[in-house]
Design a binder for this molecule. Structure first.
Ligand code: MLT
Length: 266
């Protein structure tokens, strides 16, 4: 249900415990469409906003920090009158989720981290992000599409799932270069979330794509070791965009986790 009633473009479907899903970069809320439908059909209110500067959530910011985005999510939850939610992210969405739980720990019922990385950006990464920000501002998004498809999808998905490939292609092509540059600059100045992991007490599901070329399952393993109340699930036959590449398996893992959390707690 896209809505213009709120300050943020979002999908909001179903009733029940709220699950807020935060998309990756340079994508938008539509990457969660399989999960939104599935979770709403299984008794959850599933919500996916476009993050600042991305999707339909246009912004003129030169830098959109992960903290800005987390505060936007909190403001949206206020508007929707949701006090606590299960907060889930994929990749950049995980940086935002890490910020959210640091700033608003009591508003997190549980955490879902897909394709996460906890390290902050080193000098080389900062430089590369600034170069990429400048490049999209000068040349637009199109040049980035092929490298994104190659690095974020498993070769199997590229070969066998043309529908997923074209959804990813469309998301990147429709991204506002100003929003992409601002998010790149925001990711360049993100915290090193490794320092925050021991403070996370919410039940946490970590998922990793078995064929993810940018976030190896072993990186997910170190996050899992840092968060006490966490479990790790590896999604077979999937790359970085595991929820789109293997939606049935991802949904099953997600639902099992949500049930374990929401059925055990009031
Ligand atoms: C993403 O998929 O959101 C990006 O790979 C995040 C990043 O650039 O670190």
């Amino acid at each position: 249900m896209p809505t213009s009633l709120h300050s943020t473009a979002l999908d909001d479907l179903g009733t029940g415990k709220a699950v807020v899903l935060l998309h990756g970069f340079p994508f938008n809320r539509s990457m969660w469409s399989d999960q939104i439908e599935f979770l709403s059909a299984h008794g959850y209110r599933s919500i996916a906003p476009d993050l600042r500067g991305l999707g339909e959530n246009r912004s003129d910011d030169e830098v959109a920090t992960m903290e800005d985005m987390a505060r936007d999510v909190a403001a949206l939850m206020d508007e929707l009158k949701i006090d606590r939610a299960i907060i889930g992210g994929l990749s950049m969405g995980c940086y935002v989720a890490f910020e959210f739980i640091r700033l608003f720990p009591s508003r997190v019922r549980a955490l879902v981290l897909a394709g996460a990385r906890a390290e902050g950006a080193d000098k080389a990464e900062k430089k590369s992000r600034e170069q990429q920000a400048k490049r999209v501002l000068e040349q637009g998004m199109t040049h980035a599409i092929d490298s994104i498809l190659q690095s974020l999808l498993s070769p199997r998905t590229v070969a066998e799932k043309p529908d997923v490939v074209s959804r990813v292609r469309e998301m990147v092509a429709s991204t506002d270069p100003r929003g992409a540059a601002a998010a790149q600059r925001g990711m360049a100045v993100r915290r090193d979330y490794r320092d925050d992991l021991p403070n996370i007490s919410a039940p946490t599901l970590i998922t990793a794509g078995h064929e993810d070329g940018v976030r190896k399952p072993i990186d997910a393993g170190s996050i899992q070791q840092g968060i006490e109340n966490s479990r790790l699930e590896v999604i077979d036959k999937a790359g970085h965009l595991m929820n789109m590449e293997q939606p049935e398996r991802f949904n099953q893992v997600l639902l099992e986790f949500l049930k374990s959390v929401t059925e055990a707690r009031p």
